[in-house]
Write a protein that binds this ligand. Sequence first.
Ligand SMILES: CC(C)(COP(=O)(O)OP(=O)(O)OC[C@H]1O[C@@H](n2cnc3c(N)ncnc32)[C@H](O)[C@@H]1OP(=O)(O)O)[C@@H](O)C(=O)NCCC(=O)NCCS
Length: 377
Amino acid sequence: MSQRYAKITGWGKYVPERVVTNDDLARMVDTSDEWIRTRTGIRERRLRTENDTTSSMSVAAAQQALAVAGLTPGDLDLIIVATSSPDYLLPSVASQVQDMLGARCGAFALVAGCSGWVYGLVTASQYIQSGAYNRILVVGVEIISFALDFTDRTTCVLFGDAAAATVVEASDEPGGMLSFELGSDGSGAMALYVPDGGVVSPISQRTVDERRQYLRMNGQEVFKFAVRTLSSSLKRTIYDAGLTPDDIDLFIPHQANARIIESAARQMRVPLDKFYMNLERYGNTSAASVPLALVEAVEEGRLKDGDLVAMCAFGAGLTWGTAVIQMGTGEISPAHSLFSLGRARYLARRTSDAVLDSAQSALLPLYTFWYGRRKKS
Ligand SMILES: CC(C)(COP(=O)(O)OP(=O)(O)OC[C@H]1O[C@@H](n2cnc3c(N)ncnc32)[C@H](O)[C@@H]1OP(=O)(O)O)[C@@H](O)C(=O)NCCC(=O)NCCS
């Protein structure tokens, strides 16, 4: 069988109509627009209206993605829905989406926190590259507000609801998925979790009294993990594709916090304007975050045929997922050929980055100490 490539050929999004600004939240909890903006970069987010469900939002995004790809639901071979906020514990929301779309194919949901859509994209590309399937719908969707405690200012200001969908198709032309990395560090599970509602601690009166059905987070732990992971995983995955950070046309990081993204750009010595951001308008939409940013980057004309894109999400688990893709059907960068100038540049940059990485890892505890002192003073 000739080599097959997995390409994103369709994209779509759905965001709820209801806009909630920082000032709106400041009327609910002890916070301010100034605090939220300076600590996170977020100005507003969308929260579901009573008509929005995880399945309805997925279907709205999926219909757009299918239209862009020029496909009908009947053309799909598989549906993957990444979410931590399904309509029901059972059945899988992916089956609801399959039925509502009118598709006739397998469907499953996956949970990898905010990294879910990248996990789904990588999974889809494996089915395609193996020859098993030709057309797969991958949705990232979240009504994370259902798990937010709107009396807890440390979490409720950070998140928003959204859905984004992509169609991944088989192609004989080089491009599409070039490299990926999926990671998990379950030792950090309690840094971002929902205490009750699972087998270990089912919902009870105590749950409700102590608000244990809501998300809890150790913000600083997650922040340190994110800063560490974003730049290092992006670099490893870019090098795996035989590219350097300079070759990447657009970085699409998880839209959790502008400070995390700024720090990754600094560590990678990449201009910040190459990092796409829309978190100002949506906050952290968890599994929908990276695909929503991808869709908007395309809509805004930030991506064209042949562009190289590096995406990285991180979140509960703790997990991370990184993928380097080439949009459309353009040629792969010259860094792929063995004795090119691109190759020499690639090797030089890879070596200097490895040295810098070691230095940065050694300095991170010092930075954390310094940042903590600066905040106290
Ligand atoms: C949550 C986050 C923005 C907090 O920023 P921070 O600079 O670390 O702030 P701290 O947690 O140190 O809190 C500093 C102070 O602000 C207060 N604070 C926290 N949230 C606040 C809010 N919304 N408004 C006002 N004050 C707030 C804290 O109570 C603390 O007060 P204290 O010093 O009197 O105890 C940051 O840690 C973060 O972004 N972490 C990563 C979160 C994330 O990305 N999660 C999702 C991953 S998928």
